[in-house]
Design a binder for this molecule. Structure first.
Ligand code: 13P
Ligand code: SF4
Length: 441
């Protein structure tokens, strides 16, 4: 059985040719229609989130790409890639559309893609089919001469936008007033900042400068262990759920994980609560993963007795607790690949990955916990049209001089400290975290 891409499924649902429902009728509209619209994340899971003013915007995609059929775009991408050869490497996150991911040289989770960035130092350009913070990370980890390209500048991340440098600095100052800055008898400082990979380069720099570190969903436990060796407490941002789920699995009691709401004095906690804290959780979340509920798991267990429920650790704690296991996007793929044929899986993560896993594993029954199709708004902003545009820009077609379009460059002032925090993260390797080469997965 061939399972069509999410894009195709959405088109079929919209015409009534397939049953099912989507979270927004606008999902059928091409992403470039939203480039010129008022700032926003676009249709999908983050469409209700408020986008910060000044978020990167994407200019108009030239008409030739907007008008091209999917087949034409695929042919143009293949041709540009063939012309560029080793001069370009394309990285793709698991949540990307199949129409884009089919052209990637490396496919992986955030950790694997950060590693993959370093694997082709000879490539002049790294085209990152993912979201803004991933492209920033690639710029930080790649060589100074390498250009990192994000095909659509509007592909941000609503969770990453929930923590900004000003509010984290304000929080830090309040914590310093409360805890002081002196290490305890065992040399542990009062608090270590830990940022999830899903954050701006400025916040990674903050962590590097203040003795902290970056984590991804695949090495969060190792990273928290690293931080607890050096600090009495951790300030974890922006994802409260990854922080809570990870610390809970390590035995930290919930009452020692107060939340920090940047809009409230002392983050909304009392000084005593903060004094007792082991992990202070920033008030951020992923709008894709908060769609998953315990009710959906109950429903899946009723309709599919024996079902194996796997969710991403960005899901709320009650969902992770009700699931059979939780892990990064790569973990989910590996768990499915290792299962005996005939297994049934209900998956709590982004629909593009779930639908692809279902297509790759016809020996299993695999479905998304959420029956409503609702992709990550920002991952979905990358369409094959933008990929063709940036690749042909590098080649220089139709009389255009070759040019680097949509380059992502972290300012030097942030880069120094952000690299320190990222190198600490890369040293905290999750098990078997080698980049997955397409065709060898
Ligand atoms: P992974 O690191 O598990 O790929 O997660 C990235 C992400 O953005 C999940 O929402
Ligand atoms: Fe951000 Fe969530 Fe999308 Fe990941 S899935 S890029 S955390 S909004």
């Amino acid at each position: 059985m061939t399972i069509p891409s999410v894009d195709r499924t959405i088109q079929l649902i919209s015409t009534g040719a397939a049953s099912g429902s989507t979270c927004s009728p606008d999902l059928v509209t091409a992403p470039w229609e939203f480039d010129a619209a008022a700032p926003g994340y676009g249709p999908g899971s983050s469409m209700g989130d408020v986008i910060p003013t000044g978020s990167p915007r994407q200019g108009e995609l030239p008409e030739t790409y907007r008008r091209a059929t999917p087949e034409e775009l695929a042919a143009r991408i293949r041709s540009a890639k063939a012309t560029l050869g080793d001069r370009v490497v394309i990285l793709g996150h698991f949540y990307q559309r199949d129409e884009v991911l089919q052209h990637a040289d490396f496919v992986g989770d955030s950790f694997q893609l950060a590693q993959a960035t370093k694997s082709r130092p000879e490539a002049e350009a790294i085209v990152f089919c993912g979201v803004h913070f991933m492209a920033e990370t690639a710029d930080l980890l790649s060589g100074p001469e390498q250009a990192v390209i994000l095909p659509n500048l509007a592909a941000g991340c609503s969770m990453a936008d929930m923590a900004d440098l000003d509010s984290v600095t304000e929080c830090w100052e309040q914590l310093e007033d409360l805890y002081g800055t002196q290490a305890d008898a065992s040399g542990r400082v009062p608090v270590i900042p830990v940022t999830y990979m899903n954050s701006s380069a400025a916040l990674k720099a903050f962590c590097g400068e203040h003795g902290g570190i970056v984590c991804t969903s695949s090495n969060a436990q190792t990273v928290l262990g690293w931080a607890f060796e050096r600090g009495q407490r951790v300030l974890f941002f922006p994802d409260q759920h990854l922080g809570r789920n990870t610390a809970k699995a390590m035995g930290v009691p919930l009452e020692q994980m107060p939340m920090w709401n940047p809009r409230k004095p002392l983050g909304g906690s009392t000084a005593t609560e903060l004094d007792d804290a082991r992990v202070i959780l920033w008030h951020g979340f992923c709008s894709v993963h908060r769609r998953f509920t315990v009710d959906q798991i109950t429903q899946a267990r009723q309709t599919h007795p024996g079902v194996n429920v796997i969710v991403h650790p960005e899901c709320p704690m009650a969902v992770v607790d009700a699931a059979d296991s939780a892990g990064s996007t790569d973990f989910i793929g590996k768990a499915i690949a290792a299962a005996p044929a005939g297994s049934t899986f209900a998956i709590g993560t982004e629909i593009n990955l779930v639908q692809r896993l279902a297509a790759q594993h016809p020996e299993h029954t695999i479905f998304c916990l959420d029956p409503v199709i609702c992709p990550c708004s920002t991952m979905y902003r990358i369409h094959a049209g933008y990929l063709a545009w940036v690749l042909e820009g590098l080649v220089g077609v139709d009389g255009r001089a070759p040019e680097v379009l949509n380059r992502i460059q972290v300012p030097a002032s942030d880069a120094v400290h952000a690299e320190v925090a990222l190198e600490r993260m890369l040293a905290a390797r999750p098990p078997a975290a080698a980049p997955v080469l397409v065709g060898q997965a």
